[in-house]
Design a protein around this ligand. Structure first.
Ligand code: AMP
Length: 470
């Protein structure tokens, strides 16, 4: 078996690998590192959580390391490696990894993305940075403001390229690629290889790039147990609450779950409903500021938030170590999103559970997912527990847990179903959801609303006529 020592990586990079606790290369690393080190272009189909970042990050650093220097002059620190990602979260995560890998070198690593103050990023770019991770739009803002020059880029990486295309970044990507030297080395990673991705690869990579696939195309990880439950539309929220409250270890509440929904509205409403029934939940979706998203993510990682309700903005790029469960409250409209959503669990060799709730309206989309992932789901019925059953379970579970563990399986509970006499209804459902403000120390600004002064008909006034409110 190949070890990291076999790659001929610089000791300054090997020391970082040891510090990260990586003992053996993952399959993508085993395949990609030698190719990237040798200067080849790569088209990589890697599942989420496969160790892809180190797969390109370690050899990328090794390639530019000979030019590392301690000069204070920005001119000595041009961007030599550029990594483009679709989302801010992924950009942050990739850059954090690269910072860790480059810790023992003098290479400067930085990240730029939208939704946050541009000035600190501009300062960082003007000081010089060799390894830059960026989202396309914000990078172009910096190019336009002449904060950064991309003419010395030696390696460009397109991470999660399929997502970038889904998000409409193709024109931005094309503009960025045109700013790079044609002699550069290019790496393209995508979870799926659609015809559009192949077209982009043709445009971006040199002819005959090395094709690296660590899993069958569009396949979901074997480490993930996938369960699909048939539920009535009206029972969805109750079922979810039951699952969250009773299907954790030994029938306890689940404590680290991402619940995926299709719409921001659902995300907001569901989060509030979960909070109302005593589940520590927070929402993460595209309308939240970067600060709010980070706050939610940190709360989730630290364990104060047990359930993160997310739209697909969070489906990629979140690397939460050993996330045990992902729940698809909504069946995704796009089958490829399913692969990404459930890829949040079962990462780096750990085992994961992906539960999906399917209603009578989802048959077509379920079929699309089955086709894409080349599997047939065993769709089982699941209904919410009655309050009596829940109370009975609590009584049963309290003193004798250690005897036989949780003898009330999910299916038995499902069979014990009585139509719910109580629904978790939000009494202020009709009012719009208000995000919780980010927890900051800032003094509140108080806005004083003054009634608008009536406008006057200027012409009449000028002519000495009557000033009439419009
Ligand atoms: P990625 O697919 O790059 O997002 O990586 C998923 C997770 O696996 C990250 O938390 C990495 O730190 C971790 N990882 C990457 N390579 C290795 C390795 N060789 N051994 C153990 N963990 C790894």
């Amino acid at each position: 078996m190949t070890g990291f020592a076999d790659f001929n990586l610089d000791p300054k990079i090997l020391s970082a690998i040891t510090r990260m606790g990586y003992e053996t290369p993952t399959p993508i690393q085993e395949k990609a590192i030698p190719v990237v080190l040798a200067g080849g272009d790569v088209m990589g189909a890697a599942q989420t959580g496969t160790g892809k970042t180190a797969g390109f990050g370690l050899p990328l650093l090794a390639r530019i390391l000979p030019k590392a220097n301690t000069s204070a002059s920005p001119a000595r620190h041009p961007v030599r490696a550029l990594i483009l990602t679709p989302t801010r979260e992924l950009a942050d995560q990739v850059s954090t990894n690269l910072t860790d890998y480059a810790k023992d070198t003098t290479l400067r690593v930085g990240v730029v993305y939208g939704g946050v103050d541009i000035r600190p990023q501009s300062d960082m770019l003007r000081r010089g940075v060799e390894v830059l991770t960026a989202t396309p739009g914000r990078l172009l803002d910096h190019v336009q403001s002449r904060n950064v020059n991309l003419s010395q880029v030696e390696i460009v990486v397109l991470d999660e390229a399929d997502r970038m295309l889904d998000m409409g970044f193709l024109p931005d990507i094309t503009r960025i690629l045109n700013l790079l030297p044609p002699t550069r080395q290019s790496l393209l990673f995508s979870a799926t290889f659609s015809p559009e991705i192949k077209k982009l690869a043709k445009q971006m990579l040199k002819p005959n790039p090395t094709l690296i696939e660590v899993a069958r195309q569009n396949q979901t990880s074997e480490n993930i147990t996938q369960e699909v439950y048939k539920v009535a539309d009206s029972d969805k929220t109750d079922v979810l609450i039951d699952v969250l409250k009773n299907r954790g270890e030994n029938g306890n509440p689940m404590t680290q779950v991402i619940v995926f929904v299709n719409a921001k509205m659902t995300c907001r409403h569901l989060t509030r409903t979960l909070e109302r029934v005593g589940i520590n939940a927070d929402a993460i979706h595209g309308d939240k500021t970067q600060e709010e998203r980070q706050l939610a993510l940190e709360g989730f990682k630290s364990g104060t938030i047990h359930v993160l309700v997310a739209t697909d903005v969070a489906a990629r790029g979140l690397d939460i170590k050993e996330l045990p469960v992902v729940i698809n409250y909504d069946v995704p409209f796009c089958a490829e999103d399913y692969v990404h959503r459930i890829g949040r669990t079962g990462r780096a060799g750990s085992h994961g559970l992906a539960v999906m709730l399917s209603t009578q309206h989802d048959t077509k989309n379920i079929g699309e997912i089955e086709k894409l992932t080349k599997q047939t789901f065993d769709v089982k019925p699941l209904k919410p527990l009655s309050r009596q059953t829940r109370a009975q379970m609590r009584r049963q579970s309290a003193p004798n847990r250690e005897e036989g563990g949780d003898d009330v399986s999910a299916r038995e509970r499902a069979r014990a179903y009585v139509p719910p006499s109580h629904r978790y209804r939000d009494p202020i459902f009709e009012t719009p959801y208000r995000e919780r403000p980010p927890k900051r120390q800032d003094t509140d600004t108080i806005r004083i609303y003054e009634p608008e002064k009536p406008k006057v008909k200027q012409v009449a006034a000028l002519l000495g006529g009557l000033r009439l409110p419009v």
